[in-house]
Design a protein around this ligand. Structure first.
Ligand SMILES: Cc1ncc(COP(=O)(O)O)c(C=O)c1O
Length: 401
């Protein structure tokens, strides 16, 4: 009898977390390493949010709250959905957890039975396929094409849906490509979904506020209100509010689903930290001008990185609408040899070579289900990004036929 649960056999540890750890370990040995692996803003949490957390602690906000957070936080989330997305939710339609990832985990645990299919779009955020696997779900991977800017096309969605489909997971702007769906693109997918009433939609909007060039963000329940009764609209504090370590994510959805997710959480996480909830109320209800100023910097960095990568031998890189990632193709470098004579057979070999030769840590495309690519997180200082791109250029120039 094995001690570890069989269900763990199908699950991989998070690839992006592994890259960050590998980069940290190498840096600890004294090597000059730049890590562009983490999906985390390099900006600090805005001061007014930190102050709200400190004040809450001083006032004794240190005890259990309700499983779904305090009524004040629920109301701040309800106001956010109305303000940003024109969506109306009531308190019993709001779920709060310890980050966006646990929201997805709770939703899958509450709904997925053995053999249920979950449509996931490649390239995907690394956790989407693995979370349903815990519960016997079957990830159905649909490959999105670079020619379509990595966006799901309505005919692909139609083909992927079967009688066993339980969920479609959408993510816009996307990790790892940064691609975001406009209103018409969402509507075209919604039209397909209207024809398949058994399919639920989990939309991961965690990068909602990180969009550039006046991109107009929309979410599916807003674009097609008839889908709201089977949509879980997920969001969180981690990215736009620079609050990754505070661990607050939330979702709006039908009360029956929220009740089931709350049941899961009542026997697992209980709730997210009271102090993080207080800080999140200040963040959601407070000034948002820091978002625009951070975005100005993110956009400059995006343009710098895309420009330098497109000047690099063997790489091509699209300009994404949002998030803080780019997803260049390294297909022209597959088959080339390193100065040590090793053949670059795939994108994993390429990122290993980048780390070993130039000390730049990025995540290989295979981890996101679409090769040969790699993901760069440009949430790093401009001079660091410039240095990284120069190192990448040197590494690519050193490859031989
Ligand atoms: C697409 C996407 N969804 C969800 C999350 C999880 O965010 P959190 O840190 O709030 O759990 C991430 C984090 O990288 C992400 O990229």
């Amino acid at each position: 009898m094995s001690f570890l649960a069989d269900r763990l056999k199908a699950i991989k540890p998070s690839a992006s977390m592994s890259v960050v750890q590998k980069a940290r370990d190498l840096a600890n040995t004294g090597r000059d390493i730049i890590s562009l692996g983490a999906g985390e803003p390099d900006f600090d949490t805005p001061l007014h949010i930190i102050e709200a957390g400190k004040k809450a602690l001083d006032e004794g906000v240190t005890r259990y709250t309700g499983v779904n957070g305090t009524p004040e936080l629920q109301d701040a989330i309800i106001a956010k959905f109305k303000r940003d997305n024109d969506l109306d939710y009531t308190r019993d339609e709001i779920h709060v957890s310890c980050g966006g990832k646990p929201v997805i985990f709770n939703a899958m645990m509450a709904t997925v039975n053995e053999g249920d299919e979950i449509i996931i779009l490649a390239p995907y955020w690394v956790s989407y396929p693995d979370i349903p696997l815990f519960f016997g779900g079957v990830p159905v991977i649909v490959n999105c094409q670079s020619t379509e800017n990595y966006k799901l096309q309505p005919d692909q969605l139609e083909k992927a849906i079967t009688s066993k489909t339980k969920w479609l997971i959408l993510n816009s702007p996307s990790n790892p490509t940064g691609a975001a769906y406009n209103w018409a693109e969402i509507k075209a997918l919604a039209d397909v979904l209207l024809r398949h009433e058994h399919v639920w939609i989990l939309t991961d909007d965690i990068y909602e506020h990180l969009v550039y060039d006046n991109f107009d963000f929309n979410t599916i329940a807003q674009v097609e209100p008839r889908l709201k009764s089977r949509t879980l609209t997920m969001n969180g504090m981690s990215k736009a509010y620079c609050m990754t370590g505070w661990r607050v994510g939330f979702a709006g959805g039908p009360a029956t689903l929220i009740k089931a997710m709350t049941k899961v959480q009542s026997q697992s996480l209980t709730h997210t930290a009271a102090v993080s909830q207080a800080a999140s109320i200040a963040a959601l209800n407070g000034p948002h001008d820091f978002v625009a100023s951070n975005n100005t910097i993110f956009k400059e960095r995006r343009d710098l990185v895309v420009g330098m990568l497109n000047q690099t031998r063997g790489l091509t890189c699209a300009t994404p609408e949002g998030a803080f990632y780019v997803y260049p193709s390294c297909s022209d470098l597959i088959g080339k040899k390193t100065p040590e004579g090793e053949v670059i057979k795939n994108d994993e070999d390429f990122v290993t070579y980048l780390l070993e030769s130039e000390g730049v840590a990025v995540v290989h495309g295979a981890a996101f289900g679409l090769s040969p690519h790699f993901r760069i997180s440009y949430a790093a200082a401009t001079n660091v990004l410039e240095d990284s791109c120069q190192r990448i250029q040197r590494a690519c120039n050193a490859l031989k036929n």
